[in-house]
Design a protein around this ligand. Structure first.
Ligand SMILES: Nc1ncnc2c1ncn2[C@@H]1O[C@H](COP(=O)(O)OP(=O)(O)OP(=O)(O)O)[C@@H](O)[C@H]1O
Ligand SMILES: [Mg+2]
Length: 281
């Protein structure tokens, strides 16, 4: 296998605290529950994904995404699966640590610095059906690397007025990357998160987002509600599916997962169906 069947999703928004990491966790675990072999890659030097999936001391890990990217920019050979950890709910994790911020500085002068992650993933892709990139809240080096490496973007946004402004900036960056580095990049959809649709403000902002972008970008039909259970689940290192399987958050994230699975199937025969992959864990 050359990795052609593997699809890379970046969960991206330069705004902080909009649910990128929670969405990465639940999309990743949700796809694994549908039989996909999934890797979640933590691209944030804050390492909150790594911590919340159950590795509370990322600095003690001997191999992280920073180690692997360091080898890539020095043109050293890598073992593509080195450093990858396995979570109890059937997803793998390429962890991060604060070392990633040092590496980002070293990358500034590296040859083809925007393509380092793409080169790393080219070696990892043959082992997975889907890779989820949990981006940091900036439009800096790691996010640009994620946009250069991804097939599809999922953009979580909170229904607040300021989010609309941030989206324009993000979509401009996406257009530039598409033009110069990654012509195949597509936006899978905008995901409304932390939504309390009972408030007028949220409803009005959603209307603004739909009016501004709904014509060109899909807005997933099911918003992710504001739910205390989501916070609790991520503090417990679990997905919403394990933490509260019949809750509104699990329902909403399952809808997202199904849309993503359906789109993956439409694209082609190269995406293996859930049946063909034996869930071996
Ligand atoms: N739908 C939700 N309901 C309630 N709390 C949520 C929801 N989604 C995320 N949270 C909580 O909000 C906080 C921010 O979420 P998360 O870490 O996923 O955002 P992020 O976009 O990854 O943040 P950062 O930009 O810092 O990486 C976390 O404490 C998380 O548990
Ligand atoms: Mg995050």
């Amino acid at each position: 296998m050359d990795g052609g069947h593997c699809r890379v999703y970046a969960v991206v928004n330069q705004k902080g605290g909009v649910g990128k990491s929670v969405t990465s966790t639940n999309l990743g675990i949700g796809l694994a529950r549908h039989g996909r072999k999934v890797l979640i890659a933590d691209l944030d030097s804050q390492a909150s994904q790594t911590v919340s999936l159950g590795w509370p001391r990322p600095d003690e890990l001997t191999c992280t995404i920073a180690t692997q990217l360091g080898k890539i920019i020095e043109n050293k050979p890598i073992d593509p699966l080195e450093g990858i950890l396995r979570h109890a709910e059937g997803v793998d994790l390429l962890p991060s640590s604060i070392e990633l911020s040092g590496l980002e500085m070293r990358m500034v002068n590296a040859f083809e610095r925007e393509r380092a992650l793409r080169r790393l993933l080219a070696e990892i892709k043959p082992h997975y059906d889907a890779i989820i990139l949990d981006c940091p809240p900036t439009l800096g080096m790691m996010t640009v690397n994620a946009l250069a490496a991804a097939d599809r973007l999922i953009v979580p946004v909170q229904p607040e007025y300021l989010s609309v402004i941030g989206m324009t900036q993000l979509f401009n960056t996406v257009a530039l990357i598409k033009k110069h580095i990654n012509p195949g990049l597509q936006i899978e959809g905008v995901l409304i998160t932390l939504a309390n649709m009972r408030t007028n403000l949220a409803r009005n902002t959603l209307a603004i987002i739909k009016e501004a972008y709904g014509g060109s970008v899909r807005i997933f039909g099911q918003p992710i509600p504001y739910a205390t259970k989501i916070k609790e689940a991520s503090a417990a290192g679990k997905s919403v599916f394990a933490y509260e399987p019949n809750g509104s958050a699990a329902f909403a994230y399952e809808k997202l997962v199904r849309e993503v699975v359906r789109d993956g199937r439409q694209i082609g025969a190269d995406v293996r169906s859930a049946k063909e992959i034996e869930p071996d864990r």
